[in-house]
Design a protein around this ligand. Structure first.
Ligand code: NAD
Ligand code: UDP
Length: 388
């Protein structure tokens, strides 16, 4: 069957569309572009300041999707071309953001501007031009769980009502203003509320996505290899970097926080369903995560150590982890989400979607990628004498 005869979940044929994807050069954008180009006939107007992660999709003239992706090097903070691109598209997907926790407390202004102010014109142009918008928010919008305020051994901590995160029920619980960690969540919350209000008052067709720790190849950077040597990426890249360098993995405040991790390829399937089923996705806020893959950060470190040893053939360290305080690791104003388990009822009902890949399997394919891509470069970086 050719891609043009594909049907949506209600049996209607899916028409080829033009998608303006802002932040297309990032981790999620690169996987979404790959999927759209290889399995659909949609066209992408890819907007970003960088394109390293989608170079393989842009360069060769001979690729089968030649002509279906155009890269526009645009900083959406200040570029009058943005509205024109949104007008040309049927759908806009906004992924652009500062979204690494190390920035939230150290660059709170940039974080707030990026996640709220810079997203405003995108919402406005979509609303004014009657264009559909899929906006990427975050699971961090929920903040801390209700249960985290109970004493450690309180029985209600075991009650799902006190920790499962539901789009239409759970409150958003952030720490005090001096805990600047929450600048990101607060900015994302306000843009969600603004989009929701545009829907309610002006009829904007929107879908809001709340990703729960999507991980996989091409996430962030390896410090000193394809990113700043002092940079602090998200946990997958931090731990990968430690493993590649043969150094202990750093557990912030003992690594007691809990996360659910989902394989990027599973999550992309959910986004594809949203793109191609507007009638089921419009007006919705969707959690996208894998509730079956919950671990503490310490357990993640232990599993990554074991998997990396398997895929690289290198023995693991005798003491594979080391504790570090959050103040030392992230600086003043850091705080943490204690636990993040997504409720899947809404996405399951609307789109029939479920995640598939286990944590072990997703780490195996991701760490194989990290080893193949970076091991040699890291070796060379370590061997290089440091300049004085
Ligand atoms: P990423 O940093 O890899 O991608 C973001 C991209 O946006 C980058 O390529 C960046 O260059 C681009 N960008 C930022 N500001 C821009 C600007 N002013 N103009 C043009 N381009 C700009 O991050 P990601 O993991 O792909 O995340 C994408 C979205 O999903 C973000 O909105 C993020 O908040 C959200 N999110 C992701 C996760 C996750 O698990 N990966 C979790 C929660 C939320
Ligand atoms: N973390 C850690 N060591 C690291 C990097 C992160 O212990 O080298 C912890 C961090 O404090 C948080 C969790 O790992 O509890 C996940 O961090 P990440 O940066 O991936 O983003 P978050 O899930 O907090 O948005």
């Amino acid at each position: 069957m050719s891609s043009s005869t594909k049907v949506d979940l209600d049996g209607n044929p899916i028409k080829a569309m033009t998608i303006c994807m802002i932040g297309a050069g990032g981790f999620i954008g690169s996987h979404l572009c790959e999927k759209l180009l290889s399995t659909t006939s949609h066209t992408i107007l890819a907007v970003d300041v960088y394109n390293d992660k989608i170079k393989h999709l842009l360069e060769p003239e001979s690729l089968p999707w030649n002509g279906r992706i155009q890269f526009h090097r645009i900083n959406i903070k200040h570029d009058s071309r943005l509205e024109g691109l949104i007008k040309m598209a049927d759908l806009t997907i906004n992924l652009a953001a500062i979204c690494t926790p190390a920035d939230y407390n150290t660059r709170p202004l940039d974080t707030i501007y990026s996640n709220f102010i810079d997203a405003l014109p995108v919402v406005k142009y979509c609303s004014e031009n009657n264009k559909r918008l899929i906006h990427f928010s975050t699971c961090e919008i929920y903040g801390k769980t209700i249960g985290s305020f109970l004493p450690k051994d309180h029985p209600l901590r075991q009650d799902p009502e006190f920790f499962i995160l539901k789009e239409d029920v759970s409150p958003c619980i952030f720490g005090p203003i001096e805990k600047q960690r929450w600048s990101y969540a607060c900015a994302k919350q306000l843009i969600e509320r603004l989009i929701y209000a545009e829907g309610a008052e002006n009829g904007l067709e929107f879908t809001i996505v709340r990703p729960f720790n999507w991980i996989g190849p091409r996430m962030d950077f390896i410090p000193g290899v394809d990113g700043p040597s002092e940079g602090v990426p998200r946990v997958l890249a931090c731990f990968s970097n430690n493993l590649l360098r043969g150094e202990p993995l750093k557990l912030v405040d003992g690594g007691e926080s809990q996360r659910t991790f989902i394989y990027i390829k599973d999550a992309i399937e959910a986004v594809m369903l949203m793109i191609e089923n507007p009638a089921r996705a419009n007006g919705q806020i969707f959690n996208v995560g894998n509730p079956n893959n919950e671990v503490t950060v310490k357990q993640l470190a232990e599993m990554m150590t074991e998997v990396y040893s398997k895929v690289s053939g290198e023995p693991s360290l005798e003491s594979p982890t080391i504790d570090v305080s959050s103040k030392e690791f992230y600086g003043e104003g850091y705080d943490d989400s204690d636990k993040r388990i997504p409720d899947m009822t809404i996405i399951n009902k609307q789109l029939g979607w479920n995640p598939k890949t286990s944590l072990w399997d997703l780490l195996e394919s991701t760490l194989t990628y990290q080893h193949t891509t970076y091991a040699e470069a890291v070796k060379q970086a370590i061997a290089k004498p440091t300049s004085s």
